[in-house]
Design a protein around this ligand. Structure first.
Ligand code: NAP
Length: 377
C-alpha cells in the first residue's frame, strides 16, 4: 500500500531522483504581507469564514511516522485530546493518510469533543473507497467526491466536515464540477467550508468564483518559501486563508536533523534532494538561524519557525505534525513567541538571504503541484 504525499512505501521513488532547482526564490514581499507581518498573536484566526485556532495539528503521521514505525494508537488519541485541551482545535487529516487510518484514529479520539474542534480532511487521490488501497493517479469526478466524503464522515465518526480540501487538482475534471459536488455536500450539511491544496493560481480564482474558498493548504516554511511568489498575495486579495503544511520543514527546522542524520529506507525525506548531504550542508544555515533566534527569544528552534510563519499574515494557520507529547506542547507554545516589527524585518531579511538548495519533492510528487484544471465543456 502506498501513500502519495508521503510515499514511504513507494518503490518507484528513489533517493536523489528529484532535480527541481528551488534557488532564487524572490525575497520580495507584497505590501499586504508587510502590513500584516507584525507578530504571532495568540488565540484564533479566520480562514475565510471559518474560525480556527491560531495553530493547528497535523495528524498524517498518527498512522505511521516518517521513520515508518507505527505509533501507539492510544497515545495518538491522547495527543489529539491534549491539543484540544490546550486550545488547538484545528486538526488536519486526509482520506489518503494511511490511507483511511489517520481519519479513523482521529475519529476515535474526538467522539466526545467533536463540537469543540474543526476537522479538515481531503479527497482527490485514487484511494479505493472500500479497501483503502491507493493506486496511482488523481480522482475528483463529482460522484467519487461524494462517495469519498461519505467514507470520511464514517471514519471520522461525525456528521460534518468543517473544511474539505481537494488534495490535488485532477487534470481531467473542471474545477467548477468539483465545486458543484462540494456545493451539493454543503447543501446537505455534510461539508461546511472548502479549500484546495497545491493548485494552480487560475484554478484557485475559478474555484473561488464558483464557490467561495475558505483556505489554501500548501507547503510553506522557512525551508520552502514558494508561496511568497504570488500565492500569499492572491489569497490575501481573495480573502482566502492560508494553511502551511509541513511548517517545520518535515522536522528540519526543529534542529532534529544534522549532517549525521540518515533516513530510514522509504522515509519521504530521503527522496527530497534538499536533504541530500551535498545540499543539506548549505540548508543547515537555516537551522543555525532558528537556533540563534531561539536563544535570543528564549524559545525552541521549531517555535521560531512556527512563530515566523504566523507573523507573515493574520490568516496563516500552520499545522505542525507530531506523534510525541513533548513536541506537541512545544509546538503549541509557539503562540507565545512574538516579534516586534524591527525583529521581524531582521528575521525576514536573514531568512531571505539563505538560498535553499535542492528540491522539496521528488519529481513524481512535484508533478501534482501547480496543476490547472481543464475548462468546462
Ligand atoms: N496538503 C498536503 O499535500 C500535505 C502534505 C504534507 C503534510 N500535510 C499536512 O501537514 C501536516 C504537518 O506536516 P508534516 O508532518 O509533513 O511536517 P512538519 O509538521 O513540518 O514536521 C513533522 C516532523 O517534525 C517532527 N517534529 C514535530 N514537532 C517537533 C518538535 N517540537 N521537535 C522535534 N521534532 C518535531 C515530527 O516528528 P515527531 O512525530 O517525532 O514529533 C515529524 O517528523 C501533516 O500532518 C498533514 O496533515 C499536508
Amino acid at each position: 500500500m502506498t501513500d502519495p504525499i508521503n510515499p514511504t512505501r513507494r518503490s518507484i521513488l528513489t533517493a536523489g531522483a528529484a532535480a527541481l532547482a528551488l534557488g532564487g526564490l524572490s525575497a520580495t514581499r507584497t505590501a499586504a504581507q508587510a502590513t500584516n507581518a507584525v507578530s504571532a498573536p495568540q488565540g484564533r484566526r479566520m480562514l475565510g469564514a471559518l474560525e480556527v485556532s491560531a495553530i493547528g495539528l497535523g495528524v498524517q503521521n498518527h498512522s505511521r511516522t516518517f521513520h515508518t514505525t507505527i505509533p501507539n494508537r492510544a497515545e495518538m488519541h491522547k495527543i489529539v485530546r491534549t491539543a484540544v485541551d490546550q486550545g488547538v482545535t484545528f486538526i488536519d487529516t486526509a482520506e489518503v493518510y494511511g490511507p483511511h487510518e489517520s481519519e479513523r484514529i482521529l475519529g476515535e479520539a474526538t467522539g466526545t469533543i467533536r463540537d469543540q474542534i474543526q476537522i479538515a480532511t481531503k479527497f482527490g487521490f485514487n484511494v479505493d473507497l472500500e479497501t483503502g488501497e491507493w493506486a496511482p493517479g488523481l480522482i475528483s469526478d463529482p460522484s467519487h467526491i461524494k462517495r469519498a466524503v461519505e467514507g470520511s464522515l464514517q471514519r471520522l465518526r461525525t456528521d460534518r466536515i468543517d473544511l474539505l480540501y481537494q488534495h490535488r487538482v485532477d487534470p481531467t475534471v473542471p474545477i467548477e464540477d468539483v465545486a458543484g459536488a462540494v456545493r451539493d455536500l454543503m447543501d446537505e450539511g455534510k461539508v461546511l467550508h472548502w479549500g484546495l491544496s497545491e493548485m494552480g493560481p487560475n484554478t484557485l480564482r475559478r474555484a473561488h468564483a464558483e464557490l467561495p474558498v475558505a483556505a489554501v493548504q500548501n507547503e510553506y516554511s522557512m525551508l520552502w518559501r514558494g508561496p511568497e511568489n504570488g500565492l500569499l498575495a492572491l489569497c490575501a486579495e481573495l480573502g482566502i486563508g492560508f494553511v502551511p503544511f509541513s511548517p517545520l520543514g518535515y522536522g528540519f527546522l526543529t534542529g532534529a536533523i544534522d549532517m549525521g542524520t540518515s533516513f530510514a529506507p522509504g522515509d519521504f525525506r530521503a527522496n527530497t534532494s534538499r536533504m541530500d548531504p551535498e545540499h543539506r550542508e548549505a540548508n543547515l544555515a537555516l537551522v543555525e538561524l532558528v537556533k540563534a533566534w531561539a536563544t535570543r527569544k528564549n524559545a525552541a528552534p521549531g517555535q521560531i519557525a512556527l512563530a515566523w510563519l504566523m507573523a507573515q499574515g493574520p490568516s496563516i494557520v500552520p499545522i505542525p505534525g507530531t506523534t510525541q507529547m513533548p513536541h506537541l506542547l512545544e509546538n503549541n507554545a509557539a503562540r507565545d513567541v512574538s516579534f516586534s516589527q524591527a525583529e521581524l524585518a531582521e528575521l525576514n531579511a536573514q531568512v531571505a538571504a539563505i538560498d535553499v538548495q535542492g528540491a522539496r519533492m521528488p519529481p513524481m510528487v512535484a508533478e501534482w503541484s501547480d496543476v490547472e484544471a481543464p475548462a468546462q465543456g
